[in-house]
Design a protein around this ligand. Structure first.
Ligand SMILES: [Zn+2]
Ligand SMILES: [Zn+2]
Length: 255
């Protein structure tokens, strides 16, 4: 790239390229690099190129042949437009993303005060799902949505084919059946949406403190308690079998 001033500058690095070409250098094994020289966050896959020691995007990280994008040595905009020999070098992603994240976290934890200014990638901390959200009701299932789409397509197809229903003035028995089926699936989808949303609202509402919950039910509890005490001792409802009063103990049958 040549700027207005005539001084050539290193190009911005592309994230993704399409070429099938690869470098003749052997593939870079991610397991051979320090974890902090690698970024495996989805959409940000990159590593510090061993040849020029600058961050370089990995193109096609999920493909069968991930490689470094073509790049100049030196950062974009600096006057150093020399192609790096690491351009198009194959990358072997032979580490697990979760393992990599743990290693980076451990390295960052021990690197206080002596961290390189260049390597400052941090994996996203995983936020555990709050317990009250786990119990929330899911929305309409994929199966239900597919059923709704089929029902709608059935109605549309019939309306364009049937001479009675096409007029919009009348319905043949089949057309009516198809419309009823669509109404039913629409209602099921709506219900699933409403249940899902009310579960979300319930989850978002602040939980009532336990003491307040007890205060709300206190009257019912004490009333039930009093009624229980009023029951005359020893009196069973009419027609019920008598309560056994002797303790039963298993015994060997006598011969
Ligand atoms: Zn390089
Ligand atoms: Zn019809």
């Amino acid at each position: 790239m040549t700027t207005a001033s005539g001084i050539p500058k290193a190009k911005e690095r592309k994230r993704r390229i399409r070429t099938k070409k690869t470098s003749s250098l052997p593939a870079v094994l991610l397991s051979s690099l320090p974890a902090i020289h690698v970024n495996l966050l989805a959409g940000e896959e990159s590593l510090i190129c061993p040849s020029c020691e600058t961050w370089c995007p990995i193109t096609g990280p999920t493909s069968t042949a991930p490689k470094l994008v073509p790049h100049h040595r030196g950062r974009a905009g600096t006057s150093e437009p020399h192609r790096c020999v690491g351009s198009l070098r194959r990358v072997e992603i032979d580490v697990d993303v979760a393992d990599w994240g743990r290693e980076v976290a451990a390295a960052e934890a021990t690197a206080t005060g002596r961290r390189s200014s260049r390597v400052n990638r941090k994996p996203l901390a995983s936020v555990p799902t709050p317990v009250h959200r786990m119990a929330s009701v899911p929305g309409p299932s994929a199966r239900l949505l597919a059923e709704q789409a089929r029902a709608r397509a059935g109605v549309d197809r019939h309306r364009s084919d049937c001479s009675t229903c096409r007029t919009g003035q009348a319905r043949c028995p089949v057309g009516r059946q198809l419309e009823i089926r669509l109404l039913h699936t629409d209602a099921s989808v709506r219900l699933a949406h409403e249940q899902h949303e009310s579960a979300l609202r319930a989850a978002a509402a602040p939980a009532i403190p336990r003491a307040q919950q007890w205060r709300q039910v206190k009257d019912h509890v004490s009333r039930a308690n009093q009624q229980r005490r009023k029951m005359p001792a020893g009196q069973a409802p009419l027609g019920s079998p008598p309560v056994p009063l002797t303790t039963l103990r298993p015994q060997r049958p006598t011969r």
